[in-house]
Design a protein around this ligand. Structure first.
Ligand code: XIL
Length: 335
């Protein structure tokens, strides 16, 4: 192939992919450079990996991704600055093991955001500032995380303010999953409206897009993008994959006899879903500014381990040999 997704979609949005340092050489690096013009570190910039102790940062992996991107002229989305998962052990406790106060936690958040954002200023054009703050249970608004328990809603506002202060040019995102489900959309919308009305520096919403063959419907996706656009926000698809299994919330063990099988029937439905999704996204030129796949090919996908450990999944546009799947040809086949 001498053209890739990034070329076919030049007039629409950036085409990105989530990567780890081990993908940046050999055939996977070649595929990245052929297909994509944007990178997201899959794990390397999360607070746990990059800031393992209060007085210690681990830059090697994040640096290698940013250096690769700089060298080859790709852009980078930073992921992420404030999340309830993959947090370092020290974060919520003081040296005696007692939970820290709101003041201490916000100071830690401030210092973390300033250090990381400033290091990559001018090299990272967009940041997922707050990740997954809305609760799964429709009865609740915000997730009952330690961030929330210690700081209330303020940690969200502060995270955006600190990030904006650290790099006024960076595009700042709120990022979440299942946002197209009406019950979740309402709550993400409510949060975004609050932030926009309070003039908090948030620019965009990231739809993670860990989707399945069943959802979201084209109408749900369209409606979601429209709602955020009506607040003056941009939208990106930040973590796209289309699982061949139905969505499951809880992690669970592999059941006896259960193994991943990619039947022609499942592939057919996946092709149709990919086609539908990109038809919708192309209708939002100017609002949808980027689409990032969560991993390069079916050779390695985080969904092989999540939510069911050891169940093979086939959610991407390139197969286990890094060759384009039929779904790829559907995605690039448009006028
Ligand atoms: C995932 C990574 O892909 C895995 O390697 C890691 O073990 C767990 O996190 N939502 C997010 C991403 O915002 O950061 C997650 O990435 C997938 C779900």
């Amino acid at each position: 192939l001498n053209k890739g997704l990034k070329d076919y979609y030049k007039k629409y949005f950036y085409m990105g992919v989530a990567v780890a340092p081990r993908h940046l050489s050999g055939p996977q690096a070649e595929l990245i450079l052929e297909q994509y013009n944007s990178l997201t570190p899959e794990n390397a910039m999360k607070m746990g990996p990059i800031h393992p102790r209060e007085d210690q940062y681990f830059w090697r992996d994040a640096d290698s991704i940013v250096n690769f991107a700089q060298h080859h002229g790709l852009r980078v989305r930073g992921h992420n600055l404030c999340w309830h998962e993959q947090t370092p052990d020290w974060l919520f406790k003081d040296s005696t093991g007692k939970q820290v106060t709101k003041e201490v936690l916000l100071k830690r958040l401030h210092d973390h955001i300033f250090t990381v954002v400033k290091r990559y200023q001018g090299k990272i054009y967009a940041w997922d500032v707050v990740n997954e703050a809305i609760d799964d249970d429709p009865k609740n608004f915000l997730r009952n995380s330690l961030w929330y328990q210690i700081c209330g809603e303020d940690f969200i506002v502060k995270a955006f303010e600190y990030a904006h202060e650290a790099d006024p040019k960076a595009i700042l995102f709120y990022n979440d999953y299942n946002t197209e489900r009406p019950e979740k959309m309402e709550r993400v919308y409510k949060l975004m409206k609050k932030l926009v009305d309070a003039k908090v520096p948030v620019n965009a919403v990231g739809l993670q897009a860990h989707w399945s063959l069943e959802e979201p419907s084209a109408a749900e996706l369209r409606n979601t993008i429209q709602k955020f656009a009506s607040l003056g926000l941009k939208v990106q698809i930040t973590e796209l994959d289309i699982s061949i299994y139905p969505w499951e919330k809880e992690r669970r063990a592999l059941r006896p006899g259960e193994k991943g099988e990619y039947t022609p029937e499942l592939e057919k439905r996946q092709i149709a879903k990919y086609k539908e999704v990109f038809e919708v996204l192309r209708q939002f030129k100017g609002t949808v500014t980027g689409v990032t796949f969560w991993n390069i090919s079916d050779q390695y996908t985080w969904l092989d381990e999540y939510p069911v450990r050891g169940r093979k999944n086939f959610p991407l546009l390139f197969d286990t040999n890094l060759k384009p799947k039929n779904a790829y040809y559907e995605v690039i086949n448009f006028k």
